[in-house]
Design a protein around this ligand. Structure first.
Ligand code: AKB
Length: 317
């Protein structure tokens, strides 16, 4: 990986991943790909090249790939689960038609491709405890349908054309640089912002609803490590379970209260998000990722909470 295009560079993952890869390979071109209305700003804009790179515009993508001699594409363009339920056709268009554009360009130009999958690729019939790497995937959400199709298409392009596609199934990601938008797990980010600002948090997910979660530094490490992994060790490709922690809103509230006494939370459950959350794993089994490319997370709930509160105090207060 030397010349890298990050599609969706101004989103929750992209804004941090682009900067991490720029620091890793300062001699390379790490292009911050964006769409109109979501242009990079500040450090992201100033620390390297940026280019309009809309997954739904194959010609535009091809121009960027050729101009910067791109060898690796991080495809982070997606509508998250709750917003995809409101706009299912647009979600399919971005996530699947867009992916086809990328895979074709990768096939013709020898690029490796990372397109994340998610806990959203599982459904109500999937075992929720220690969800196996290879198991039933029958999601009921449009987001989930696109994630299963993403995994299948990415594996298809690897087996049929030898395109170096690799991926991980991200849990809900908790971060303090860029807010997520329209996901089911967003509550686990927003709760920290409310707590640090001294506001009451209104939780859209019911107590007792456990989901896999991960702190962003671990997610970024996974996204880089899977693309740098020795291909001869990879039995799987699209996509690996990765896990680090699992909690419900009550456990998270209690943990935050240890650090911010007096923090208040009440529930106003959103039926759309709640139904999605109930169909997702409590905790994935990530032993294949550990065996095939030495995946190991660094943060648990306590470590993440200390770091989140510290970072948000600096940012917000
Ligand atoms: C969402 O909640 O939609 C995402 C995800 C788990 O993929 N954060």
């Amino acid at each position: 990986m030397k010349n890298v295009l990050v599609i969706g560079s101004t989103g929750q993952i992209g804004s941090e991943l682009t900067m991490k890869i720029r620091r890793m390979i300062p001699e390379g071109n790490v292009v911050a790909g964006f769409i109109k209305g979501a242009e990079p700003k500040g450090e992201l804009l100033e620390s390297g090249p940026s280019a309009e790179a809309d997954v739904c515009n194959g010609e535009q993508l091809l121009d960027v790939v050729k101009k910067y001699k791109i060898d690796t594409i991080y495809n982070l363009a997606a509508l998250l689960s709750a917003v995809a339920e409101r706009k299912p056709q647009l979600a399919w268009h971005i996530q699947i038609d867009g992916l086809m554009n990328i895979l074709e360009i990768a096939r013709e130009n020898g690029c490796a491709v990372f397109t994340p999958s998610s806990i959203g690729s599982f459904g109500p019939e999937t075992p929720r405890q220690n969800t196996p790497q290879d198991t039933i995937q029958r999601p009921r959400s449009m987001y989930g349908c696109t994630k299963v199709a993403t995994e299948l298409l990415s594996d298809y392009y690897f087996h049929k054309y030898g395109v170096d596609t690799r991926s991980v199934r991200f849990p809900g990601l908790i971060s303090n640089v860029t807010l997520p938008g329209g996901g089911t797990t967003d509550y686990a980010v927003e709760i920290y912002y409310a707590a640090v600002k001294g506001e009451e948090f209104v939780c859209p997910i019911a107590p007792g609803t456990f989901m896999d979660m991960m702190y962003m530094p671990d997610a970024l490490k996974a996204a880089v490590d899977i693309m740098n992994a020795d291909p001869s060790r990879l039995v799987h490709r699209n996509s690996f379970n990765i896990a680090s922690m699992s909690f419900d809103p009550e456990i998270l509230r209690a943990k935050i209260t240890e650090h911010i006494p007096g923090f208040k939370m009440r529930y106003e459950v959103d039926p759309v998000r709640q139904a999605i959350a109930e169909s997702w794993p409590d905790k994935m089994d990530d032993s294949c990722a550990r065996e095939e490319w030495d995946w190991k997370p660094s943060y648990d709930l306590e470590g993440m909470t200390v770091d989140m509160i510290d970072a948000l105090r600096k940012k917000l207060l």
